[in-house]
Ligand binder design. Sequence first.
Ligand code: SF4
Length: 671
Amino acid sequence: MTKTHCPYCSLQCGMDLAREGRALEVRPWTEFPVNQGALCRKGWTSTGLRGHRERLTTPLVRDRATGELRAAGWDEALDLVAGQLRELRASYGADAVGVFGGGGLTNEKAYSLGKLARVALGTSQVDYNGRWCMSSAASAANRALGIDRGLPFPLTDVEQTDVLVLVGSNLAETMPPAARHLDALRARGGHVVVIDPRRTATAERADTFLQPVPGTDLALALGLLHLLDAAGAVDEEYVAARTVGWAEVRAAVASWWPERVERVSGVETAQLRRLAELLADAEKVTILTARGAEQHAQGTDTVLAWIDVALALGMPGRPHAGYGCLTGQGNGQGGREHGQKADQLPGYRMIDDPAAREHVAGVWGVDPSSLPGPGRSAYELLDALGTDDGPRALLVFGSNIVVSAPNATHVTSRLADLDLLVVADLVMSETAALADVVLPVTQWAEETGTMTNLEGRVILRQQAASPPSGVRSDLDVIAGLAARLGHDFAADPEAVFAELGRASAGGRADYSAISYDRIREEHGVFWGTERMFGSSFAHPDGRARFVAVEHRGPAEPVDPTYPLHLTTGRVLAQYQSGAQTRRIADLPDDGPFVELHPMLADRIGAYDGRPVVVTTRRGELKAPARVVDTIRPDTVFVPFHWVGANKLTNDALDPSSRMPEFKVCACAVTA
Ligand code: SF4
């Protein structure tokens, strides 16, 4: 029996893997506190890719004569990649090579990938798909609270709060074992509020449900601040002792009376007033945001406004209360702490900070001046591929860009303009299918490494089985490339983790006191303190920042040609781009669909199960209609696990986090 964690989402549910002959069987690990033995169907079926007929087991190289991928040996493939990278760097400079990582990679891989970019390749052009996950929440938390850790408290704390407000989270479908904490809260008389344009499975569990127009969560928060102030419900003592900036916020929300909020968001005045009264009367309020609130061109400001609400109520730092973000990807948190992000070095250090550069360069044994500066954010990096000053080669680890990038048709055309596309993956994903070189890598049960879950708890995935013959771990691949470029990188995960600890020491996310042994003994170890902000926030003066923000609305408002709002999201049985889960036989794969309200269906002559066409300024998708009265009549929803949804989405970026506006754009639907 091997204690490990699920390969998918940020809950990182604990599980036991038992050997049954040559197969692995998932068993509950009841002592792990986050999921207490519960798993969703994705977790229970997660061994389905072991021995799958579509697993890649040999490197593939595109034959220049035929244009087809052919089998190659590891030395041939890595020599070819390293040789072309050297040539491109010699001809066009170090930034001619780009590196694209993933929020599902272990901490060790994220760290090694960032080091590969900065040390072995010398390129600034490195970022990862976590930029599209919770970067807006990260940006807001850094600004308001001085530090970015998804939840600054254990998830189980929400059971003890009085009012839990979920803004743009469908956790009952995206991380079902977490819903037990909502049920426990309600069983002891707590109140759950869900804010979502769709009445989701999570909303069905709520005591209060608000259904705003997509992209207007910010206006709701401003309206709540207005009402709380008018009612004298602001915790003046807390605000004076622990924060700065309330006067500016108070002035900014003065004009956000409920009727204005209703005009913008569609949420009735009476509903907003009731919610404000509920929050004002509660002793403990917890506000959690997720992608629904964050994946917007005003995502950072939206989160800042909800943190303002939490601060006005005096909640952050109080036991069983505060603000947090529900991270999405398995290592969304750790993925951005160890240097695969364009502007960061290990330890959540900023790459333009001279002291940070000196420390990390010391661990890496290089001159600080040799480290590149900040690069482009994920979408901007992809948008620049093949252009005059953009990368001409891209190394992709743990990401299926063709499905998951916004404005995906445009991004796919950028990939086609590259001189060299290298993809490391376990199966032939839609992105791997376009590559010049495909490198077959291990999956989670075949390797050891750490992840950092949504609470900042560092956990250990332990190897339970050998990988198929011909497959290598990403760490081996990175070390193999580094060696060919003249650098000696560790490939053993525990050795990489120890090095990561040294590189992060003294940084904002400091892992130096964490070891594999400690993680095993303690069922995971929090970086920093388990509960943050009890006596001070992470700004130098110890005070949180109120930040005055203004509602701007979606970057692409509806108009007569595109009169509806399109929003995207997940379904229970699939995970992210679906590269793994779509191949698991026990998980239903119904393909994309278009969810729309009966009133809209009547108007356009659509019928449940029959095809409709969704069109935006960037593309169109034909898929069966799902006619449901749980969605707003002015909104349609498409899940993003298949090619299609992101051909429609808008690549407008948040000015601070560089998060694309996945969650709302203007569309038209025809039957
Ligand atoms: Fe895995 Fe997330 Fe499901 Fe838990 S909730 S079993 S981590 S996919």
